[in-house]
Write a protein that binds this ligand. Structure first.
Ligand code: PMP
Length: 414
């Protein structure tokens, strides 16, 4: 272990690992090394058991029935909303809208806010290192409205070029939509600066927090963004649930995105009056059990402490970077000064798809591909990368195993 790395973790990793049943299994005869946390994370027993208890003993529909099961389900559902609000650092839980995840959250904003406020000739700014979920909805909006999509370029380390961003901003900018943390490179963007600069020209800001939410201590009120998105399955909670934080004053100006039951104040056959946020944006029966699971995952993360998680993951990232840098012929894609969790790499000898297949033979789960970020791949002139991404249940030893397995794969192909 390099001298610069502290081997001591701020918490007991071995004990943490016992919380995650999936981690104790073997894959291809080897202990599973799960390093695909940027794609999706594993769930602790607490979350699994909480959902099982809810489904088996407590299940009822929300927001409707006046009987006990429905009332208590509704209370638990709203308590989970409060947990998300506390986790994201907003005092008003009505600023939290449950969605199926980041993709739906961004679409909600692009359709609802975008279609009302973006007009012909207006501009929307994204960056060169966005996930497709934060590109396509804006492209569709701009095409429909005859608006223009502008792109913040990145330098060779994968950092946004802020001088170029400043040049793109102007009186026509309506929305700036960038990620807090890139899923392909791990770059942490200077979101506070991005928000302040956009607000200075009167634009609204959406931050795609799909990657940052499980790694950083967040505070919406300090950050000041208008929208922030997240996905439960990337933060040790179930898939199919996530959300959107929106400033109440902005949410109130927005029309519904999906319509139907639960989002209304009153319906006559002639006209419908909409409910206030968040109900206005939560039409239909929600995934109740998943919401309860999300609340439990947040309790679990809060009990460990987001600062401790960030500290440990940072040392894992530094260690993993050293391990990979020592491998001849391997190029790290994404070397920003501020990054988290992600080690994206490329070797000329092996295509990433072959690389990840060989790593799997050693029980190591990493992702190979364009990571739904093809413009990022185009910027770095690679067809795809292999990507290892750590969470707080990973260890230095697992990163050593990754290094050894990559070396073996390269040897096989040279
Ligand atoms: N944005 C980023 C940065 C992501 O990493 C992802 C998931 N890979 C998404 C958006 C989309 O999230 P979801 O599939 O959970 O909707």
């Amino acid at each position: 272990m390099p001298e610069t790395i502290t081997a001591k973790s701020p918490f007991d990793v071995a004990k943490i690992r016992e919380d995650f049943p999936v981690l104790s299994q073997k894959v291809n005869g080897h202990p599973l090394v799960y390093l695909d946390n940027a794609a999706t994370t594993q769930k602790p027993w607490r979350v699994i058991k909480r959902m099982e208890k809810f489904e088996s003993e407590e299940y009822g529909t929300v927001r409707r029935g006046a009987y006990q099961l429905s009332e208590s389900s509704t209370r638990m559902y709203e308590e989970a909303r409060q947990k998300v609000a506390d986790f994201l650092g907003t005092p008003d839980r009505n600023e939290i809208i449950f969605t199926s995840g980041t993709t739906q959250s961004i679409n909600l904003v692009a359709y609802s806010y975008g279609r009302k406020f973006v007009k012909a000739g207006d501009e929307v700014i994204i960056s060169n290192i966005e996930h497709h979920a934060n590109i396509v909805p804006w492209q569709v909006l701009c095409e429909e409205k005859d608006a223009h999509l502008k792109v913040i370029p990145v330098n060779d380390r994968g950092e946004l070029i802020m001088e170029e961003y400043e040049k793109l901003l102007g009186p026509k900018t309506r929305v700036v939509a960038v990620n807090h943390m890139s899923n392909a490179l791990g770059t942490i963007n200077p979101v506070k600066e991005i928000v302040d600069m956009a607000h200075a020209v009167g634009a609204k800001v959406l931050i795609d927090g799909a990657q940052s939410t499980p790694h950083l201590n967040l505070n919406m009120k300090d950050l000041g963004c208008d929208f922030y998105t997240f996905s439960g399955h990337k933060m040790f909670a179930p898939s199919g649930i996530g959300g959107l934080y929106g400033k109440m004053e902005v949410l109130k100006t927005m029309p519904p995105y999906v319509t139907g039951g639960d989002m209304i104040r009153q319906v006559t056959l002639e006209k419908t009056l909409y409910a206030d946020p968040p109900s206005r944006f939560e039409a239909g029966t929600p995934p109740i059990s998943q919401v309860i699971g999300l609340g439990e995952a947040i309790d679990y993360l809060q009990a460990i402490g987001m600062d401790k998680i960030a500290e440990y993951e940072h040392s894992l990232l530094e260690y993993g970077t050293k391990v990979l840098e020592e491998i001849e012929g391997l190029r790290l894609i994404g070397t920003a000064a501020r990054k988290a969790s992600i080690l994206s790499f490329y070797t000329d000898q092996i295509h990433p798809h072959d690389m990840v297949t060989l790593l799997d033979q050693d029980g190591i789960a990493v992702r190979g591909g364009h990571h739904c970020a093809q413009p990022t791949m185009q910027r770095f002139k690679v067809p795809a990368t292999s990507r290892a991404s750590v969470a707080f249940y990973n260890t230095y030893e697992e990163l050593d195993l990754l290094g050894a397995s990559i070396r073996r794969a390269i040897k096989l192909f040279s």
